[in-house]
Design a protein around this ligand. Structure first.
Ligand SMILES: Nc1ncnc2c1ncn2[C@@H]1O[C@H](COP(=O)(O)OP(=O)(O)OP(=O)(O)O)[C@@H](O)[C@H]1O
Length: 226
């Protein structure tokens, strides 16, 4: 369960989120809204990458302000741009990185890396330089590198923006089949169509909140075709 209690946020003098109070308990929560409406800021608050200027964010009862490290172990974050997330020279090493950081033993790391390479169709790329992967392969690697650490919640900030149709569908399937709670910020409305709940952001506020059909229709009505 992710809870926001009276959350507002500012960059300098500029308010970008205004008094959000929400309980997110559904398994798949989508977030849509215009450019600059505050979605990425909201996403970053959920795993403590940012702490709110005002109010409280709690993940399974842990306060992101006071227990940030514990929250970040629970909540994985997949960035829009996989280049900011890929930190090691090869695909295999990149997958192992988060596990080493968490002090896992060698045998367990090897077991989990093998499993992840197979699961994400990356087995032939184990020794491949990570920065030479295609955009779609990098995105898959970035997602795999988060999921391998077994977070209980995963936040995706526009995970399909760089992807072709085939890889978009692959990520959509992966998100559909995940056991963890996921919060997905996306401009890809098809991706969110079968989610449990969708939030529509406008100028730092949630202006619609409910099942995808109604919320996506509300969002589309805010932007009528020319
Ligand atoms: N680090 C920052 N410093 C100052 N202003 C920022 C910073 N990050 C975002 N902003 C501003 O805050 C507002 C909300 O940005 P945010 O990235 O949360 O919106 P968004 O809904 O995710 O937009 P997009 O759909 O374009 O990704 C924007 O006006 C943006 O310019």
């Amino acid at each position: 369960m992710i809870e926001l209690d009276g959350v507002s946020h500012w960059y300098g003098q500029r308010q970008v989120l205004a008094d959000l109070t929400l309980s997110l308990g559904e398994r798949r929560v989508g977030v849509v809204g215009s450019n600059g409406s505050g979605k990425s800021t909201f996403a970053r608050l959920l795993n403590g990458l940012l702490v709110p200027g005002e109010g409280q964010v709690r993940v399974d009862g842990l306060d992101t302000r006071k227990q940030g490290k514990a929250v970040r172990r629970k909540v994985g974050f997949v960035f829009q741009d996989p280049d900011v997330q890929i930190v090691m020279p090869t695909v295999g090493e990149d997958l192992a990185f988060g596990l080493k950081h968490r002090g896992q033993d060698k045998a367990e790391i090897a077991r989990r890396v093998d499993a992840a390479l197979a699961q994400y169709g990356l087995a032939e790329l184990r020794e491949h330089p990570a920065h030479l992967l295609s955009g779609g392969q990098k995105q898959l690697l970035a997602i795999a590198a988060v999921l391998i650490t077994e977070p209980t919640h995963v936040i995706f900030d526009e995970p399909t923006t760089l992807l072709d149709l085939g890889n978009r569908r692959r990520i959509a399937r992966l998100i559909r089949d995940m056991d963890q709670q996921v919060v997905v910020v996306s401009h890809d409305l098809d991706l969110l169509a079968d989610f449990d709940r969708v939030l529509v952001f406008d100028r730092g506020r949630v202006v619609a909140d409910g099942k995808p059909d109604g919320c996506i229709a509300t969002y589309q009505a805010m932007h009528p075709p020319l």
